[in-house]
Ligand binder design. Sequence first.
Ligand SMILES: *[C@@H]1O[C@H](CO)[C@@H](O)[C@H](O)[C@H]1NC(C)=O
Ligand SMILES: *[C@@H]1O[C@H](CO)[C@@H](O)[C@H](O)[C@H]1NC(C)=O
Length: 318
Amino acid sequence: MGFLKDKGVIYEPADRVDLGPDSDEVYLQANVKAPRMAGLLVKVFTWFLESPIFGGILLYFLKRNNLIHKLVSFAELQEPPLFEPMHPYNGSEETEVKCVEADLPPPEKVRHVVDCLQSAEDVSESPKPSFRRWTILDYSRAYTSGEITPRMVADRFIAAVRESSNPPLQMSFFINFSVEDIIRQATESTLRYEQGKPLSVLDGIPIAIKDEIDCMPYPTTGGTKWLHKVRHCTEDACCVKRLRLCGAIIVGKTNMHELGAGISGINPHYGATRNPYNSKKITGGSSSGSAAVVAAGLCPVALGVDGGGKLHLSPYFI
Ligand SMILES: *[C@@H]1O[C@H](CO)[C@@H](O)[C@H](O)[C@H]1NC(C)=O
Ligand SMILES: *[C@@H]1O[C@H](CO)[C@@H](O)[C@H](O)[C@H]1NC(C)=O
C-alpha cells in the first residue's frame, strides 16, 4: 500500500534527547483510536480482519489511527548501529567453546555436555547451604548409586505438588499434572536403573513443561480456557520428544500468563503463580510456573518459552 504511506517520524539519538525539566522533548500523548471490544464483537471483527479484501484495508486504518505507521512501521531510528556485534567475530575458533554435533541422538548430546560440565564442576565446590536444590547431576548420581530411585522422587514430587496446590500455599504452579502418567514414567525409569541401563544423565529427572508447549497426554491451553478446544494437542513438541528420548520424566504443564501475552503471571483461570521466595508475591511471567517450580526445588529444570526477547535461564540446569 505504498501510495497510502504515511510520513514517518525521525527519532533523535537517545543521547541528544534530554528529558530534564528544561527540555523541549516531551513524552508524546498518544492520540489513538483503538476500538474496545469483547465477546461476539471480537469474533466478528477478527473475521473481517482475516478476510483477504477487507482485512488489508481495516488493518491499514487501525495501524494509522493507532500511530503504528508513524511511530513504528515508517519511523527511522537514528541510533548508532545496534544490530552489529560490538566485537567483530574474526573467524578463529574460541578455545573455551566446545561444540556438540547437531545431528547426534539426544542422549549422546547430553553425554558430551556432561563431560564438559564435570571438569567445570570440580572448580566450583562451594560449602553446602541448609536448603540445597538438587541438580541434574545430584539426581543422576543418587540414582546410579541406588541411594534413591526415580519412583521415590515421583512419589515425593506428587506429594509436594499436592501440598503446594492447596491452602495455605496455593502456589498455582501447574495447570495440569497427571499422577498416573508421572508414576508410569518413573516406574519405567527405575527399571532402567535397576538394569544398569539409564538412557542418559537425564533419565529419571523430573522436568516441567510450560503449558504452551505440546506435551502428551495434556491439552495445550496456553493459559486460556479455550485454546485447546480449537487446537488439539496430538503429539509432543520436538523438545519434549528429545527429553523423552533421554529418559526425562515429564511431570506436567506449568502455569503461565494467559497466551504468554503479559509479564505478571497472574492468570484469571488457573490462579496467579506465587513466588516460592515469598508466597505473598507473584513470580512475574510469562513462564511463571516453570520459573517457580525450579525456584521451589521441585524440578531441577523446566521449559519456558521466550515470547518477546526475554531470557530464560534455569540456574540449576545441571
Ligand atoms: C582472533 O581472535 C583470537 C582470539 O581472541 C586472537 O588471538 C587473534 O589474534 C585474532 N586474530 C585477528 C586476525 O584479529
Ligand atoms: C488435564 O489433562 C487431562 C489429560 O491428561 C485432561 O483430560 C484434562 O482435561 C486436563 N485438565 C485441564 C484443566 O487442562
